[in-house]
Design a protein around this ligand. Structure first.
Ligand SMILES: Cc1cc2nc3c(=O)[nH]c(=O)nc-3n(C[C@H](O)[C@H](O)[C@H](O)COP(=O)(O)OP(=O)(O)OC[C@H]3O[C@@H](n4cnc5c(N)ncnc54)[C@H](O)[C@@H]3O)c2cc1C
Ligand SMILES: NC(=O)c1ccc[n+]([C@@H]2O[C@H](COP(=O)([O-])OP(=O)(O)OC[C@H]3O[C@@H](n4cnc5c(N)ncnc54)[C@H](O)[C@@H]3O)[C@@H](O)[C@H]2O)c1
Length: 487
């Protein structure tokens, strides 16, 4: 039986139905409520979406534990010893240390990860409830451009939601290796990692994009023997070449095996683990394999094309810069659009969609202004135009790189691996983009983001005070190095 729901008492308000409650969906819901709409969010797994339940929040929480382990690498150089010297040891001659070393309790780490994700999802649900957003838990699909049909989670009758506008923010799901479905035990997608109760003996990570690099780095730091299978010449093929090269060097120096130009053809279980076969015939054996070869937009079979929404051959929803699809009244945001698969971009696209449909002032999305961070150790943060993009467009630019090892604060902290790099226009001196490779680069990139967003010059950046000594001092220093004296 089909139930037609009324979505609220205000018959004048615009009715918005949002399919998918990740950052694209829930941020849009909050804006739409603020702008006076009646809003219903349809979500099949939980508020916060994959970003909160399986992707961003769990991975960054796991990485927090890994980061703690890598920061201990610097301890010895700072004069710190783990353990207590024997009672009769003389100063400077600690001899054998009589205390246990550090170990990782993965079950405890993963328990914390899942608790934090669930709590954040609950917080988002509570916030939406407070703001008067209706949530329907279940699997939704479009029935034409103005109606969403939901199969509720509890198995009750379908719910039909009439809408003046629909936002599709259904995200994406992990791609798997052909013929080698994940089993959740030995062949794992990134959503299944948190069920592990003990550190894998030998983890094979297939795919050296951002997801593969982050997990390979994290598990390696937690003490696992990791082999990273990379189909390309180097890890992080889409990123700044110097940053990727530095990270690959750090990975190797920490004992990770990186197999370059090695495409995985499939994975199968063995008596006590897994065997990953490579396209060139080699076989890599391990205890577990993490498949991180990208994601597939969750756009098939939910009535999009029937409603007039054009999908690209990849399955992504085609949208313009204010999140409109080709169907009037249907908007789309986030990973299902393939604009740039980041939580921050999904949220911005969702907000823009609601501002557009509800008649508020809208600034179309500006992808080059997006700041992004790879949560490896060190982190790699980028904003603005990349060097590859500048070169591909034939743009004129000047660039300078300052190694972190020259920064006084970095020296005090015992940090060696990293750099700050800026790109600027040679005549106008406007900052075009930047790369920071450093611990906490995600925090350090913000001044460069401000410079890119507000079209500041290198002199604007160089003339602002930085704390002495500070890592951000290197950002001002690089800007100073790009200064051109007045003729
Ligand atoms: C391992 C990993 C780590 C990442 N780390 C970061 C990071 O640190 N920073 C960052 O900015 N980005 C990160 N990302 C990217 C980020 O997760 C995505 O860009 C973000 O989740 C996109 O948000 P979204 O709203 O488009 O989709 P999602 O978060 O995927 O949410 C979509 C929701 O829609 C639901 N849904 C789908 N179909 C239906 C349906 N038919 N009916 C009802 N509900 C449906 C899904 O169940 C899901 O809950 C990471 C990605 C991965 C894989
Ligand atoms: N910190 C973050 O913000 C963060 C973290 C994770 C993901 N993300 C987002 O998700 C996007 C997707 O990243 P991703 O790493 O999941 O996917 P991706 O598509 O960027 O990378 C997958 C990699 O796997 C390789 N590959 C594919 N098939 C292979 C095979 N058979 N054998 C070996 N290698 C193979 C591809 O060449 C590619 O380099 C990123 O661009 C980013 O926007 C962001």
């Amino acid at each position: 039986m089909v139930t037609v729901t009324s979505q609220g008492p205000d018959l004048q308000a615009t009715r918005i139905v949002i399919l998918g409650g990740g950052p694209g969906g829930y941020e849009a819901a909050l804006v739409a409520r603020r702008l006076g709409a009646e809003v219903t969010v349809v979500e099949r797994q939980g508020l916060g979406g994959s970003a909160v339940l399986t992707d961003v929040v769990p991975s960054k929480t796991l990485i927090a534990a890994a980061e703690w382990m890598t920061s201990t690498e610097r301890a010895a150089g700072l004069g710190i010893r783990f353990g207590v010297p024997a009672a009769d040891a003389r100063p400077g001659e600690a001899g054998d240390l009589v205390a246990p070393g550090i170990s990782v309790d993965l079950a405890a780490v993963n328990q914390r990860v899942m608790a934090l994700a669930a709590a954040q999802s609950a917080d988002i649900r509570a916030r939406l409830d407070r703001e008067g957003v209706v949530t329907v838990l279940g699997e939704g699909r479009l029935d034409g451009p103005r109606r969403v049909v939901v199969r509720p989670r509890g198995g009750e009758a379908d719910v039909v939601l009439e809408a003046d506008a629909v936002l599709v923010s259904v995200g994406a799901t992990p791609r798997e290796l052909p013929g080698s479905p994940a089993d959740g035990e030995r062949i794992l997608t990134w959503t299944q990692l948190y069920g592990l109760q003990a550190l894998p003996e030998k983890l094979i990570v297939v795919g050296s994009g951002v997801t593969g690099a982050e997990f390979a780095g994290a598990y390696n730091a937690l003490g696992v023997d990791v082999t990273l299978v990379s189909s390309r010449d180097r890890v992080l093929p889409g990123e700044d070449a110097d940053a990727a090269e530095l990270l690959e060097g750090v990975f190797r120096s920490r004992g990770m095996t990186v197999l370059s130009r090695s495409r995985a053809a499939g994975a199968e279980r063995t008596a006590d683990g897994v065997a990953v076969s490579l396209a060139d015939g080699r076989v890599v054996e391990g205890s577990h394999v993490l498949v991180a070869v990208g994601a597939i937009p969750a756009t098939r079979g939910i009535g999009l094309e029937e409603a007039g929404v054009t999908l690209a051959p990849s399955g992504h929803v085609v949208v313009d810069k204010v999140s409109r699809t080709t169907a009037r009244g249907v908007y789309a945001a986030g990973d299902c659009t393939g604009v740039l698969p980041l939580a921050s971009v999904a949220a911005m696209q969702g907000r823009i969609a609601m501002q557009h449909v509800l008649g508020d002032a809208v600034r179309p999305i500006r992808v080059p202004d997006v700041a992004a961070n790879i949560f490896t150790s060190p982190e790699i943060a980028t904003v603005g135009k990349s060097e590859a993009a500048l070169q591909a467009a034939g743009s004129k630019y000047v660039t300078t790189t300052l190694p972190l090892s020259r920064n006084p604060r970095a020296k005090m902290l015992g940090m060696r691996d990293g750099f700050v790099k800026l790109f600027a226009h040679p005549e106008a001196a406007v900052v075009l983009g930047g790369v920071v490779v450093s611990p906490r680069a995600s925090e350090l990139i913000f001044p460069i983001t401000l410079a890119v967003s507000h079209r500041l010059t290198v002199d604007d950046v160089a003339e602002a005070f930085t704390v002495y000594p500070s890592l951000s001092g290197s950002i001002a220093e690089v800007a100073r190095m790009l200064h051109h004296p007045v003729d």
